[in-house]
Design a protein around this ligand. Structure first.
Ligand SMILES: Cc1cc2nc3c(=O)[nH]c(=O)nc-3n(C[C@H](O)[C@H](O)[C@H](O)COP(=O)(O)OP(=O)(O)OC[C@H]3O[C@@H](n4cnc5c(N)ncnc54)[C@H](O)[C@@H]3O)c2cc1C
Length: 408
């Protein structure tokens, strides 16, 4: 009998774990709340150890080929003029824009397509209760079924309901005072291949990023204390962004008009997920559900693929799930701690309140863009993530089907 594993959440972390566990011969079921595979989402990057994981899956080159084609980052002033420019190629393939920039939906699909060949996916369902027993966990689903699993991996993202049920009161979130709406808008002839970032007063910013789908990816962010906006309806969230950005200048009128028609809208009030433990009995957390570091850290997708891989590898190494979860946590904690260590000052500096603040930010960025100092800036802005020691785990295997390991 192979070990039965349930994964909830079919995005970056869940699909990576499913890929590897399926590869190792586990009997894997993935349950996703959405009625079908979730496309959508904006530009995310994969760096360092995360790229190594993709390499071991034989997916690194495809991920690069699917890249958004973003060539760098430029800050724009109120007249639409470039203030400071960081070209990725000139920064050794790093910087605010990484060499591997990919749309979240493309990355999730890249992982999902091979994963679903070796795992059973069920959409439109979710966990209702979990009862941890001696031999297995009994899981009841919203669809009414009850099934038994050796382990349950929760990869449901930052707002995970199963985490709140199994680790009630244990998450001590760190709010980052930043609210962001991401969505796709029609491309215009003068949208170039740069990530264009515009600051307006009152902590607002607008950014526009290229993709290869013939559209443009827009982001509106506001620096302010959280007020539960993540739980509003999409209509209310959009109305709120309309009101806040009406007088923001630059491309605001175009972006707001296009927001009304988009069906790809993702909104979040940034908060880190912080728990003292990531497992409870047979249930274990991974990805944003365990440790969301927020997009400010620029490391969320890297952590998600690394976490999915390390967790699957530890489950393969040990038939005792408590031992596997403990090793997984030991391996991932230092990387997560570092990823979450964003100074609270960062969103403040990047989203000034006043004209003077914006002026000072632009001055600093102008200096940082000088060839003599920009490599230092790059290290501060996008330092290479130091990950767990992967030498103890399997190196790729590609897509050759199950090796039959991990059975007992
Ligand atoms: C549609 C979408 C768009 C996104 N867009 C951006 C973006 O533009 N920029 C950015 O920086 N980050 C974005 N993110 C977040 C980003 O994907 C994550 O920060 C990161 O990649 C870590 O991924 P994850 O797999 O841990 O979590 P996520 O990518 O958040 O995935 C969690 C998955 O779990 C599913 N799920 C949630 N609750 C349940 C439940 N109770 N039962 C079963 N399934 C459940 C969700 O539908 C989702 O598929 C987006 C996420 C999603 C789902």
């Amino acid at each position: 009998m192979s070990r039965r594993i349930l994964i909830t959440g079919a995005s970056v972390a869940g699909n990576t774990a499913a890929w590897w566990l399926g590869r190792y011969g586990f009997d894997v079921t993935v349950v996703e709340r959405a009625p079908e595979f979730r496309e959508g989402g904006q530009n995310i990057d994969i760096r360092g150890v995360g790229r190594e994981v993709l390499r071991r899956m034989g997916l690194e080159q495809t991920a690069l080929d699917l890249g958004t084609g973003e060539e760098g980052t430029v800050w724009i002033d109120e007249h639409g003029q470039a203030v400071a420019r960081f070209i990725t190629d000139e920064l050794g393939g790093d910087g605010p824009t990484a060499e591997m920039e990919i749309l979240r939906g493309d990355l999730a699909r890249l992982l999902y397509e091979p994963a679903r060949k070796r795992a059973t996916y069920r959409f439109g369902d979710q966990i209702q209760t979990i009862e941890d027993g001696d031999g297995s966990a009994a899981v009841t689903f919203a669809s009414g079924k009850t099934e038994y699993f050796d382990s349950v991996i929760v990869a449901e993202g930052v707002g995970s309901a199963t985490r709140e049920m199994v680790f009630r009161g244990e998450n001590d979130p760190r709010w980052m005072d930043l609210t962001i709406g991401y969505f796709t808008i029609p491309r215009q002839a003068d949208d170039d291949r740069m990530w264009r970032w515009y600051n307006a007063t009152d902590g607002r910013s607008i950014s526009l990023r290229p993709d290869r789908q013939g559209t443009t990816r827009a982001m509106l962010s506001i620096r302010q204390p959280p007020a539960g906006e993540q739980d509003w309806t999409v209509d209310k969230q959009k109305a709120y962004l309309h009101e806040r950005f009406a007088d923001a200048g630059w491309e605001a009128p175009r972006v707001l008009a296009a927001m009304d028609d988009t069906d790809d809208f993702y909104f979040d009030v940034l908060r880190q997920v912080r728990l003292k433990r990531w497992s409870n009995g047979r249930v274990v957390l991974t990805g944003d559900a365990a440790w969301c570091a927020t997009p400010l850290a620029g490391i969320g997708a890297t952590l998600a693929v690394t976490g999915g891989y390390v967790l699957a590898s530890e489950l393969k190494r040990s038939a005792d799930c408590a031992e596997a979860f403990a090793s997984y946590e030991r391996a991932m904690r230092p990387m997560v701690r570092k990823g979450q260590g964003i100074p609270k000052l960062a969103p403040r500096l990047m989203n000034p309140q006043t004209r003077l603040g914006i002026h000072l930010l632009h001055g600093a960025l102008k200096m940082a863009a000088q060839p003599s100092v920009r490599s230092v800036f790059t290290k501060v802005f996008a330092s290479e993530p130091v990950g767990p020691d992967l030498t103890r785990y399997d190196v790729l295997i590609g897509d050759r089907g199950s090796a039959g390991v991990g059975r007992r």
